[in-house]
Design a protein around this ligand. Structure first.
Ligand code: GLU
Length: 631
């Protein structure tokens, strides 16, 4: 998200503006900006008083941060300069993104935070995934014996999972941070109160959601102008309700969100969505109770890991399929001497490995508290060896791959067929969304701690319902459950009370010889997995610098029924496209996914105390990377 306006100028110009009053756009550039990636030193005062120019790459020393948004990244750098650690900084960034990137993430959603603690050399996965309410049963997703259409579930109370973000932030800070929630939320409160200029990303996201935002009273009042149209680019957008909600949390802690007036407002918005009188939109009510919010718990889980050549790759495990699928694909690729292959051969293998990983993902993976997924077998190198021959080196597939038998590669037995914990199911199903929202934050600090954090409200704009009086959108994360056409068909990812829907989020941290080498992640629904995999292959195997690995055109193979692969338009004109076509690959233009696959951020640690932070240069109109001490 590009910023073009120093906040101080807006504050002066808008001292008497009412919330979200339109200002004439202020031009970019200006001699008063600091250099690309160069955040002013804390001793110079308020870092936000004079916003630096946005830059997608920055190299230097001490801490580093990359997010989709200038203010998000700056909030992280500000905390680092004040002496906070990477966890403090990641939460500060996420708080600001909840204000400036409200259609991708926020306190109405959840996420997965992967934390590397330099002291102790430990990697921890903090799961604060949204959870099905206690009264949510799979049968609610069927009407007249048929699944409710995915689009209809998106904008509904039935798709709202118990939000995990606030408890996730609170637990992360309490266990691994140095500052409190009240402290790290201050910048987000200030940005929500003072406002920020609507940029192209914010405008586009509102425009794409226009009809449903117009149909929800509270959403229309906040995110649309008096003409019920998106706020134009250049408008100073303020969110005093969100500032007040953050203030409640800052003062009262997580209980101010999970109990009391905020919790009551969330439950009311789910049970009686505030639909505009006369609207034709059918917004189904959900079944969330106050007790679901009160009882929500995060999970601290061991990080999942695999080795890939000289590297150890850490990811998050179930209920995200991300770390497992990335690891499985890497295990398949490891046997190829990629450096000696042609670019077409490399891409052919990358697609083949991803296809096989997705075949198993669709069949076996679900919330580990509900199903015995064969994770050990899936991650075994022997299992990869047994599956690799299914990648035909001479021709592209024309059909989906069947899942394998990972149980044969682990000592844990397969659950009895038909038992409640049996984990084998069918394919992912049509509701395995590929939308391109969510956001990824990567932060490190001078002590060597790293946070790789993907957070989301699922769809762009979540379920479309702003919690009245509180300024944030609710998630529609429960659309990540699988809804088989036959309601009696078993699947590890069907909805159950208290279950977490399977995710694709893949926050990743890579070590080499025990030292940090890389941290990365991306949004993009199930394409998250292929984006992370492609960046790893490009950087580790092809030797592309991390910024080039991240900005290169992407393609995504997710075991499609006809073997076809989604490709960004830029890839279709790349030299490899022709070679892949001659092997029989059908590349579909990802214009159907909104034209872009992912919006990644990464940190590359060079081993000499320097670090390069990288965000997208073009996707989502470009992200922001900064280091604490530019070189
Ligand atoms: N709900 C998705 C997941 O958990 C993330 C949404 C997105 O990235 O678009 O996998």
């Amino acid at each position: 998200m590009k910023n073009t306006t120093p906040l101080v100028a807006l504050l002066l110009l808008c001292a008497s503006c009412s919330p979200n009053e339109k200002l004439a756009p202020i031009g970019a550039g200006g001699a008063d900006r600091s250099d690309a990636g160069a955040a002013p030193d804390a001793s110079e005062g308020d870092l936000f008083a004079q916003l630096p120019e946005i830059a997608p790459t920055a190299t230097g020393q001490r801490g580093a941060a990359a997010t989709v948004d200038l203010r998000g990244t700056l909030a992280a750098i500000e905390v680092l300069k004040r002496g906070g650690n990477a966890v403090d900084a990641a939460v500060a960034a996420a708080g600001v993104l909840g204000v400036t990137d409200p259609f991708s993430c926020g306190i109405g959603g959840g996420g997965f935070m992967l934390i590397y603690l330099a002291d102790g050399d430990e990697v921890i996965a903090l799961d604060h995934r949204e959870t099905a309410p206690s009264r949510l049963e799979a049968r609610l997703y069927y009407e007249d014996g048929a699944p409710v259409a995915f689009d209809e579930l998106v904008t509904s109370g039935l798709s709202v999972g118990v939000p995990g973000t606030v408890r996730g932030w609170s637990d992360a800070l309490r266990r691994y941070g140095t500052l409190g929630l009240g402290d790290v939320l201050q910048r987000a409160i200030q940005v929500a109160e003072a406002g920020f200029d609507v940029d192209e990303t914010f405008f586009d996201q509102t425009q794409r959601n226009l009809s449903r935002f117009q149909a929800i009273t509270s959403t229309k009042a906040l995110f649309l102008g008096p003409d019920a149209k998106p706020w134009p680019v250049g408008t100073v957008f303020k969110n005093p309700d969100l500032a007040a909600t953050y203030r409640l949390i800052a003062e009262g802690g997580e209980r101010a969100f999970y109990e009391g007036q905020v919790a009551a407002a969330i439950v009311a918005a789910v049970k009686e969505p505030p639909v505009e009188p006369g609207s034709a939109l059918d917004v189904r009510a959900g079944v969330l109770e106050l007790s679901d919010l009160r009882d929500y718990e995060t999970r601290v889980r061991p990080a999942l890991s695999t080795t890939y050549r000289d590297y150890t790759i850490y990811g998050v495990g179930l209920p995200s399929s991300g770390g497992i699928a990335v690891a499985q694909a890497l295990n398949l690729l490891e046997a190829y001497d990629m450096a000696t292959l042609t670019p077409v051969e490399v891409h052919h293998r990358y697609l083949g490995a991803s296809r096989l990983a997705f075949a198993d993902r669709g069949a076996f993976l679900g919330d580990p508290e509900f199903v015995d997924a064969p994770v050990k077998g899936l991650l075994s190198k022997d299992y990869a060896d047994s599956r690799r021959a299914l990648i035909d080196l001479a021709a592209a597939p024309s059909a989906a791959a069947a899942p394998g038998d990972p149980y044969a590669f682990q000592s844990d037995p397969s659950p009895a067929p038909g038992s409640a914990r049996a984990a084998k199911g069918g394919s992912a199903g049509p509701n395995d969304a590929d939308d391109n929202e969510t956001t990824h934050i990567t932060v490190s600090d001078a002590a060597g701690n790293i946070v790789s954090y993907t957070c989301t409200i699922e769809y762009e704009g979540g379920n479309g319902v702003v919690v009245p009086g509180h300024g944030f959108l609710l998630n529609n994360e429960l659309t990540d459950f699988t809804i088989p056409p036959d309601p009696s068909a078993p699947h590890p990812n069907v909805a159950e009370p208290g279950k977490r829907p399977r995710s694709s989020m893949s926050p990743t941290i890579v070590l080499k010889d025990g030292e940090p080498a890389l941290a990365l992640g991306s949004p993009g629904g199930s394409t998250i997995i292929t984006t992370v995999l492609q960046i790893l292959v490009y950087h580790i195997d092809l030797g592309l610098p991390i910024d080039e690995a991240l900005s290169a055109p992407r393609l995504s193979q997710r075991n499609s029924g006809d073997g076809s692969t989604d490709a960004e338009t830029a890839f279709l004109s790349a030299p490899e496209a022709e070679g892949l076509a001659s092997l029989g690959h059908a590349l579909s233009d990802a214009a159907t996914l909104g034209g872009e696959i992912g919006a990644a951020t990464a940190l590359r640690f060079h081993g000499d105390g320097t670090v390069t932070a990288v965000a997208e240069p073009v996707r989502r109109h470009g992200g922001s990377a900064m280091v604490e001490q530019p070189r």
